[in-house]
Design a protein around this ligand. Structure first.
Ligand code: NZQ
Ligand code: ZN
Length: 383
């Protein structure tokens, strides 16, 4: 196990009816801005619960944050914050609303061109305080310091991370997820599942707490991720999925081990160029990464196959193929297609993505050996 320093300061407020706790978490003298997406919170009762909890606060709002949030929209919110003299933000929604809010709280404290925070040209040195009410279990954004923002004008989707943008608190009420369309529930399960694998499917490092914890999260996602489609209003199924997704990316399982993230980096480009949902892009790319890097990841793929899917016989190659196949079948069983052609994309779709990685000179993966040529092979294997 490698050395590490770790702290996660996010206060979690979990359970049925817990949105009312907002009144205690946000000081009464704060002027609060509620940020939300395209309106789901207005039709599922979440907006009313938030407004009722904050009835004695001074509240303003900013809606219309799109999935895969746009830099351009975020900058409108930054202007409104300054006009309205807001001093606390509350993100109410899924990963897109929370990520947008993280960018907004940092951009509001930045004197330079805030896009440079995303490109890494300038560091984040400060951010406004904010909390979240999560409505879509998927990204782990409610308990991590990461955010992903897209510049629509250039189709650049970039990820950023800073300890300044940890939420002060996150309210996780599983009942808010009853209204999710099946497609979003499935996307969230695939996203959380692959977050775990990005931190687990690397090299064996004698890190048993991290490994067995990761395997437990995957087992919950596999089991509850199927049951939820038969029983979408079962509180305990929704609660387990919500908590599993938070743990998949609150960075505990990443401590002391190497991480991959190639599937995410390639997936982000599929969203940036072709608008495919985040969870779907990962389900397309992951089997290709596992297949092409099977030798490097052999020990952990075999461990995953044995400990999670019960695959313990056959040659090494057969066991690896069976494990990749089980994962592919799981995605398909929850309604997620895993081939580019199933999203109407062919060989021509690959060139712009490969060109972008070539320009950026990025070397991805836990060993830093996935270059643009390897990315081309991975994507070609997914047509
Ligand atoms: O916009 P509204 O109307 O709220 O509708 C949303 C949206 O259309 C809807 N939705 C959310 N909660 C709902 C609901 N509909 C009904 N009932 C509810 N309770 O779901 C749609 C998708 O929402 P979105 O927030 O875009 O999904 P998700 O949570 O999957 O977030 C995706 C974004 O997070 C980034 C992704 O790249 C993408 O931009 N990620 C963030 C990460 C992080 N911060 O650590 C890591 C991830 O790997 C990921 O990259
Ligand atoms: Zn993700």
């Amino acid at each position: 196990m490698e050395n590490f320093k770790f702290s996660n300061p996010v206060k979690i407020i979990f359970g049925k009816g817990m949105i009312k706790e907002l009144s205690k978490e946000i000081s009464i003298n704060k002027k609060v801005m509620i940020l939300y997406g395209g309106g789901s919170i207005k039709s599922n009762g979440v907006y009313e619960q938030v407004m009722s909890a904050l009835q004695n606060h001074q509240v303003t709002e900013f809606g219309g944050i799109e999935p895969n949030p746009h830099y351009e929209t975020c900058m409108e919110a930054v202007n409104k914050i300054k006009q309205d003299k807001v001093d606390f933000l509350l993100a109410v929604g899924g990963g897109s609303v929370i990520d947008a809010t993280k960018f907004i709280v940092a951009a509001a404290c930045c004197e330079y061109d805030p896009w440079k925070l995303m490109t890494g040209e300038i560091p984040i040195r400060d951010a406004m305080p904010f909390g979240t009410v999560l409505t879509l279990p998927a990204t782990g954004s409610e308990m991590n310091k990461n955010f992903v923002v897209t510049k629509a004008s250039t189709k650049e989707k970039l990820a950023c991370s800073s300890p300044f943008v940890f939420p002060k608190f996150s309210v996780l009420d599983p009942e808010t997820t009853y209204s999710l369309p099946a497609k979003q529930t499935a996307n969230g399960i695939a996203d959380a599942f692959i977050h775990v694998l990005e931190q687990y499917l690397t090299a064996h490092q004698e890190a048993f707490i991290q490994d067995y914890f990761a395997e437990s999260i995957i087992k919950v996602l596999l089991e509850k991720g199927v049951q939820v489609f038969q029983s979408p209003y079962d509180y305990d199924i929704r609660a387990n999925l919500m908590w599993a997704s938070t743990w998949a990316l609150n960075e505990w399982i990443a401590q002391g081990v190497s991480e991959d993230w190639a599937t995410h980096m390639i997936g982000h480009e599929l969203t940036a160029f072709y608008g495919i949902d985040h969870g779907q892009t990962l389900a397309i790319v992951l089997p290709g990464v596992m297949h092409l890097l099977r030798a490097q990841k052999e020990e952990k793929i075999l461990q995953l196959g044995k400990n999670v899917f019960g695959i313990d016989s056959g040659t090494i190659d057969e066991r690896i193929d069976m494990t990749i196949n089980q994962i592919d079948q799981f995605f398909r069983s929850i309604g997620i297609k895993t081939k580019l052609s199933e999203y109407g994309l062919g060989i021509d779709a690959i060139a712009p993505i490969v060109e972008r990685f070539k320009e950026r000179k990025w070397q991805l993966g836990e060993a830093g050996n996935i270059d643009y040529e390897m990315i081309e092979k991975i994507l070609r294997s997914r047509i």
